[in-house]
Write a protein that binds this ligand. Structure first.
Ligand code: SAM
Length: 280
């Protein structure tokens, strides 16, 4: 009989956050495949688990998946864990799970902690529907483009972010989505210094940048925007007005249409279009 591959969620900080079934599974399998064996051994020691551990991380997953799939085929059950939270969610494990699925090996989730869900559940932002978008791109240009894509998003968007990039990320959120866009920076979830910074992005950024240093793990949530939140440069607005006029709309009608499109007051569109018109 083939073994089973269990996908076991482990704590994201608080050692108590693992399910009974999670611990039982770690004890009962023949092997544990862990992202960082030293890190996982601390958890195993805490719960008196003596199952052998092998590494399975970003850099060896391809080869390791073949070895582990062979063990599973031969009847050994394996538990996959990562350093924190649910494996595969912005974490290693996809290749192993895919190999197991393709080989017809049973894959069983043992659910538990996940930083995105924990942050969302206590954020105070709409959670009926949401988008989980993994890590924000580290490169500035790519990050701007990723944020431009969510200007009109009506669902809460959840990102993971590194502490050394959180201030740059918040500055970009403010520039692209406007200073009033609601955000929540969830820091150090389940740990001693757990903290939720909630409010318009400009305020959250000011609070964080006012601190000497920014430390800890962050999950960043961006709430739905209201039409008109996003700053529009006057050149773009003026071009849109001119395009409508060129298409035959009377000037005031064009201004009204563009204002509605962007949720801006007519007066503002009038001024933007006029300013660019005068400069030209
Ligand atoms: N698989 C994990 C999960 O299920 O949450 C996520 C792994 S990902 C490599 C790590 C990122 O998750 C961190 O950089 C941070 O953005 C977020 N994260 C993990 N633990 C966190 C915590 N305790 N508080 C806030 N964010 C956390």
């Amino acid at each position: 009989m083939k073994g089973t591959l269990y996908i076991v969620a482990t704590p994201i900080g608080h050692l108590g956050d693992i399910t009974f079934r999670g611990v039982e599974t770690l004890k009962s399998v023949g092997k544990i495949a862990a992202e960082d064996t030293r890190h996982t051994r601390q958890l195993l020691e805490h719960y008196g688990v003596s199952t052998p551990v092998v590494s399975c991380h970003e850099h060896n997953e391809q080869g390791r998946s073949t070895e582990l799939a062979a063990l599973l085929e031969a009847g050994t059950s394996i538990a996959l864990v990562t350093d924190a939270g649910t494996p595969l969610i912005s974490d290693p494990g996809f290749r192993l799970v895919r190999a197991a699925v393709e080989a017809g090996i049973p894959v069983v989730p043992v659910p538990g902690p996940n930083a995105a869900i924990a942050a969302l559940s206590a954020s105070g932002l709409p959670a009926e529907e949401f988008v989980f978008a993994g890590f924000l791109p580290a490169k500035h240009g790519q990050r701007l483009r990723a944020l431009e894509a969510i200007v009109a998003e009506h669902r809460t968007v959840v990102y993971y972010e590194a502490p050394h990039r959180i201030l740059d990320a918040l500055a970009d959120v403010e520039a692209v989505l406007g200073p009033g866009r609601p955000v929540v920076a969830a820091r150090e979830l389940t740990k001693v210094h757990e903290e939720f910074l909630r409010g318009p992005v400009a305020d959250v950024r000011a609070t964080l940048s006012g601190r000497g240093s920014v430390k800890g793990e962050f999950t960043l949530l961006i709430g739905p925007g209201q039409p008109g939140d996003a700053p529009r440069d006057s050149g773009t607005i003026a071009n849109e007005v001119e395009a409508l006029i060129a298409a035959g709309a009377p000037r005031m009608e064009a201004i009204k249409t563009v204002a509605r499109r962007h949720g801006l007051p007519k007066r503002e569109v009038y001024q933007m279009a006029g300013a660019v018109h005068n400069e030209a």
